[in-house]
Design a protein around this ligand. Structure first.
Ligand SMILES: Cc1cc2nc3c(=O)[nH]c(=O)nc-3n(C[C@H](O)[C@H](O)[C@H](O)COP(=O)(O)OP(=O)(O)OC[C@H]3O[C@@H](n4cnc5c(N)ncnc54)[C@H](O)[C@@H]3O)c2cc1C
Length: 429
């Protein structure tokens, strides 16, 4: 019954292959095999007459691999970590299934009426058209260098990261990081931790760090204290006016950095950590997004305004939803999109009314890696910090292992091997 084809596998097209996109794909794969989705803490209630079905998942990403975005501040400071932080999709054992096809390219257009998506191939730029039954938008936000590497292949990325690492390593007059948001704080702290010989200064235009985030002052003050404990110097209420190259007395070149208050400092490298993120959703009809390009969603992650809205879902940073954009939320939403697609398929196949999972307003919360320590804020425990907080939130590798395990990228889903509540990304709990 219903309008889904009986004749072929259900085709799911996922735009974006990072936290949200991978979570949607792997949890759907589990459901298609009659398994409780790996990110679900409870046992999933399958309909007695609908336990397994054929699925074909096409996941498209501009990169050739899974890139742990959260690890960027360390990846651009430490060569060994940089290698770990980008894993080609072909090396992710957990994605090697005949019914998961991963394409490297850019989603160029989506026609929700016809249920087709076009992809521009990474190499040839040839356009291919893909018919789908369900669509998941999970292409996040576009961020500038050096907030995020701009390479699309692992090979290029390693060169890009290494250039930056060497430039910073040789910064005999020090490194200035501009922007005291989460990214700038993490960049400064990770750099000082792995290159203690460097003088690292974070400058911020306002009198408190994290000034753009909806967080209590206590969190901002603790972030500054922990940053300084890590050896980073901080200049608050300093707005950058200009930089120019000058010759040092030893003949080397350095940057003269002038602020609007007239104060001047010098450094070998100036790193802009001001995350001007822009939309990735230009492939969607304008009616689907708000004026900034965020996808307008219902609480079950269905698109709000689009033809065939019931067949279109969005998850992760690109959704129009209050709260600080977080990786735990992106994985959580990808997982919920998978369950809700399954509920919809079950309805189409059995007539059973769907029981959709929904998202709630997100209160202010953050987990910030600050060198050896971390600062966290959530409504339950308030503001906390220390090395134990770093261990709980980031496990010594900026959350790489937590996310890798949580998504099950190491291998085929074996229930007992998956981390459960204690290991779930804290921001999701
Ligand atoms: C430096 C930094 C540090 C961070 N630290 C933390 C932290 O400590 N904790 C935390 O919770 N969050 C952190 N965040 C935020 C977190 O990384 C994001 O919330 C998370 O990445 C969102 O995941 P996503 O899957 O929605 O999007 P993304 O991770 O942005 O992934 C989107 C994917 O879509 C692809 N894509 C984009 N456009 C297209 C297209 N047209 N076609 C095909 N593919 C496309 C991209 O290549 C990318 O792989 C940090 C962010 C940054 C930049």
């Amino acid at each position: 019954m219903g309008s889904l084809p009986e004749s072929h596998a259900i085709r799911v097209f996922v735009a974006g292959g990072s936290y949200a996109g991978v979570a949607a794909a792997v949890n759907l794969l589990d459901l298609s095999q009659g398994l409780t989705p790996r990110q679900n803490e409870e046992t999933y209630g399958f309909h007695d007459d609908f336990k397994t079905f054929d699925i074909e998942i096409t996941m498209v990403d501009e990169r050739d691999g899974y890139y742990h975005l959260i690890g960027t501040p360390l990846a651009l400071a430490d060569s060994e970590y940089a290698k770990k932080n980008w894993v080609k999709y072909s090396d992710c054992a957990g994605l090697q299934f005949p019914n998961i096809k991963i394409l490297q390219g850019s989603v160029a257009n989506v026609d929700p009426e016809a249920k087709t998506a076009t992809v521009s191939d990474h190499l040839t730029k040839e356009i291919s058209t893909h018919k789908y039954d369900y669509f998941v938008a999970a292409s996040g936000l576009r961020r500038v260098w050096p907030v995020v590497p701009q390479s699309t292949t692992r090979k290029q990325y390693l060169l890009e990261a290494e250039r930056q690492i060497q430039n910073l390593n040789n910064a005999k007059h020090g490194v200035v990081i501009v922007g005291g948001g989460a990214v700038g704080i993490e960049m400064a702290a990770e750099l000082k931790m792995v290159k203690p010989h460097l003088k690292v200064t974070l400058i911020h235009s306002r009198d408190k760090l994290l000034s753009n985030e909806n967080l209590p002052d206590e969190t901002r003050d603790v972030a500054l204290k922990v940053l300084k404990e890590g050896g980073v110097e901080a200049l608050m209420s300093h707005r950058l006016a200009s930089t120019k190259k000058v010759e040092a007395t030893d003949g080397s070149v350095k940057q003269e950095i002038e602020f609007t208050n007239g104060h001047k400092i010098f450094a070998s490298e100036v790193v802009m950590a001001v995350s001007k993120s822009t939309r990735t959703t230009s492939y969607l009809p304008e009616s689907a997004v708000d004026e900034e390009g965020y996808v307008k969603i219902k609480t079950n992650l269905n698109f709000e305004e689009i033809s065939n809205a019931d067949y279109h879902f969005a998850a992760g940073d690109l959704v129009k939803w209050a709260g600080i954009k977080r990786c735990g939320a992106a994985m959580h939403q990808g997982h919920l999109a998978a369950e809700n697609i399954h509920q919809h398929i079950t309805q189409q196949r059995t007539g059973k009314a769907p029981e959709f999972r929904t998202i709630n307003p997100v209160p202010p919360m953050i987990g910030l890696a600050v060198g050896k320590q971390a600062v966290a804020h959530n409504p339950g425990s308030g503001t906390t910090y220390g090395e134990d907080v770093a261990e709980a939130y980031f496990r010594g590798d900026l959350g790489w292992t937590i996310c890798w395990n949580w998504l099950g990228l190491a291998g085929r889903f074996v229930k007992a091997e998956y981390p459960k509540k204690a290991d779930a990304p804290k921001s999701e709990l």
